[in-house]
Design a protein around this ligand. Structure first.
Ligand code: CUA
Length: 190
């Protein structure tokens, strides 16, 4: 009777053949390529921006966002405040079922630190038509430095299913050219 605790008698194995060795070499090389792609894609892919995460109480983030809105508010669109913060400042967007608050009016070429967080559950921050996708999570303030390089209007589309109103969760961001300093907001369909 044979038991797995004892090794079989004699030479029961054969050394790897040439083809097998080549195959292992190729597979190992490919592993290294894929491994290198992870940091490379992060740095060169330009899709997932590096940010700074901090823990934050959802209520505290909401309070901070409201304070920010009161400070720089210039108008309103269907109940959502439009806010024009000075270049270089910290700007805030609060996600909640099913709105993005406020509408930011930013200057092309100016740098801002954008803070994102959620009041309730996970949302997905997709800045359309730019190729930016981020998770917006309650309890975390996700901050990233942004410099809008194109004037125009952007849409913030939620791409994480967040309930019955998920498909309506579309926000706006306005980027104005610094040369036309006094551009006034013109309403448009959402
Ligand atoms: Cu928020 Cu889907």
């Amino acid at each position: 009777m044979h038991t797995a605790l004892e090794s079989p008698k004699g030479v029961w194995w054969k050394p790897a053949g040439r083809a097998e060795k080549i195959w292992v070499g190729i597979a190992f090389g490919w592993c290294l390529v894929l491994f290198a792609m992870m940091p490379l894609w992060h740095l060169r892919g330009g899709q997932n921006v590096s940010g700074i995460r901090h823990r934050v109480e959802p209520a505290a983030f909401e309070a901070r966002t409201n304070e920010f809105i009161e400070q720089y508010r210039i108008g309103e669109d269907r109940g959502i405040p439009i806010v024009e913060p000075p270049p270089g400042s910290d700007v805030y967007i609060l996600a909640r079922m099913w709105t993005w608050t406020p509408i930011l009016k930013l200057r092309k070429g100016a740098e801002y630190t954008l803070h994102l967080s959620s009041r309730d559950l996970n949302h997905g921050f997709n800045l359309y038509p730019m190729n930016i996708n981020l998770q917006v999570v309650p309890d975390y303030d996700y901050a990233l430095r942004i410099t809008p390089d194109q004037a125009g209007e952007l849409r913030i589309v939620c791409n994480e299913f967040c309930g019955i109103g998920h498909h309506t969760m579309i926000g706006r961001m306005i980027v104005v050219d610094e040369t036309e300093g006094s551009v006034t907001y013109r309403g448009g369909a959402r």
